[in-house]
Design a protein around this ligand. Structure first.
Ligand code: ZN
Length: 297
């Protein structure tokens, strides 16, 4: 029967579209500080093209940290809010996030099920090893929209940020690079729809409630990021974005094997997050039917 956490692929849910910058975006890159007149805080650029981009890890991290603030998990039959329990920094420079201790909890956790967790042996009874739970969600790097790429285009501006010393009134200006408002990036996320073996001695289970909840949580997190901003200095007006969907679709294994009929959902242009949300039930229902066929075999 295999081990707990074993998975059977049922299909994928595709989230894709554009991220439109409403205000300047700063996601930090490596410093060119040795250069005279170099920027204090440059934006991250694709090393092959030298164009700014939004790393998948930045978007994934922002969505994860957002969901950590409203998601929950079921532990020993009880629902609980998520604790920021794991220090992924160092002893001196602490950096706490939520991360489930073991696969047993991660499967029933809104955050770790979608974004993954690494086992923490220290939290286990003596001699027992904690297991990882690999993420169901993959987030691609968000590249600059191709329609905008021309050799003469400028994509960034330099903004001077100044701190004023409250006693001497001396200024401490820094040159911050940010991607211009109006810039468009493509985004793409793929959520793996798996039948998972949730308990020892049980068979693989496709859980429609989990799928519905995960899709709803992801879209809600995107809505919150749209309100809070992405990247650095969001509290100072940077990084206001809008997600515009071109596709929100569930595809079963049959689709990937070559049957274009095996998908449900919505495609179009400039679709809002709320428009996408209206199609969750349709996608869940479709994948539930597809899963029944796969698991029965
Ligand atoms: Zn968790």
């Amino acid at each position: 029967m295999g081990e707990k956490g074993q998975r059977l692929l049922i299909g994928k849910v595709i989230f894709s579209g554009n991220i439109i910058l409403k205000t300047g975006l700063h996601i930090g890159g490596s410093q060119e500080s040795m250069q005279i007149g170099g920027l204090d805080l440059p934006v991250i650029r694709d090393s092959a093209t030298n164009l700014p981009y939004i790393p998948g890890s930045s978007l994934k991290g922002k969505l994860r940290s957002t969901l950590e603030r409203f998601g929950e998990r079921e532990k020993d039959g009880k629902k609980e809010k998520l604790a920021f329990n794991r220090n992924i920094g160092t002893f001196r420079n602490r950096l706490f996030i939520h991360c489930c201790e073991d696969v047993n909890y991660a499967i029933n956790c809104d955050v770790c099920r979608v974004f993954g967790s690494s086992g923490d042996d220290k939290s286990m009874p003596r001699g027992q090893k904690a297991e990882n739970f690999p993420a169901l969600l993959a987030v691609r790097d968000c590249l600059l929209d191709k329609s905008l790429i021309s050799p003469s285009s400028e994509f960034t501006e330099i903004k001077i940020e100044t701190g004023i010393d409250r006693i001497s009134m001396s200024a401490n200006p820094r040159r911050v690079e940010r991607v211009l408002p109006g810039t468009k990036f493509n985004f793409g996320m793929v959520y793996s729809v798996d039948a998972i073996k949730l308990k020892e001695n049980e068979s693989l289970v496709f859980n429609e409630e989990i799928l519905r909840k995960d899709l709803d949580n992801l879209l809600t997190s995107m809505e919150i990021v749209q309100n809070e901003g992405l990247g650095g200095y969001a509290s100072r007006g940077y990084g206001q974005i809008e997600f515009q969907f071109s596709e929100f679709k569930g595809r079963s294994l049959g689709y990937f094997k070559g049957d274009p009929e095996k998908e449900k959902g919505i495609s179009g242009s400039e679709l809002s997050i709320n428009e996408a949300k209206k199609h969750i039930d349709e996608i869940v229902q479709f994948l539930k039917e597809e899963a029944a066929g796969v698991i029965a075999r």
